[in-house]
Design a protein around this ligand. Sequence first.
Ligand code: DX5
Ligand code: ZN
Length: 231
Amino acid sequence: MQQPVRIAPSILSADFARLGDELRAVTAAEADYIHIDVMDGHFVPNITIGPAVVKALRPHSELPFDVHLMIAPVDPYIADFAAAGADIITVHPEAGPHLHRTVQLIKSLGKRAGVSLNPATPITAVEPILPDLDLVLVMSVNPGFGGQQFIAGQLDKIRALRQRIDSICAAEPGRRIDLEVDGGINVETAPLAIAAGADVLVAGTATFSGGAAAYAENIRRLRRGNAHGSP
Ligand code: DX5
Ligand code: ZN
């Protein structure tokens, strides 16, 4: 079942010199998750933050930390991110040789496990272990940077995953698997992603624009999934 739409601001577009303030501002603005993009300059062509920063941010918000690991190898760092305060840990299938083992490692640490699919990665990369997951993240841009353009071809992948997730959850009452989309989400593309079946929207640029006073309205407009601003 598609759940109510939740918004996960990506702090990649926040002011890195004031990250604690930025977290408090989006938390007050009724964000649902804090999306933290971890990049290693190897799996993706950019370097961002590590577990020490996640740990330093932890006291600044009670929202779930949705940690998106774009690093390879990924297994050696999962325990560090779990200890730093991650609630959801998402990995890419290409980041290690044994995706099922990686997912079990995340779950063994008491964290929710997610798998992220790059634009060129098919759903077959995750399908055999979908019942083990708490979240699937569809990349609607190539990972590495904020502010890129939404790749509309990924909507088919979201639709296909929505069907599969619904059939797993129908067979197991109370089961929940988030279907999250990441990259190029704005007031024009949010409605497309929601209509395709996404129920968590990552939004960096679209959340962190206009200064802290605008965050609540930015988030409301994305959640509404309506490009024309009607209630
Ligand atoms: C890209 C990251 C995204 C990115 C989204 O590799 O995974 O989370 O920050 O940024 P926007 O919303 O600006 O496209
Ligand atoms: Zn991300």
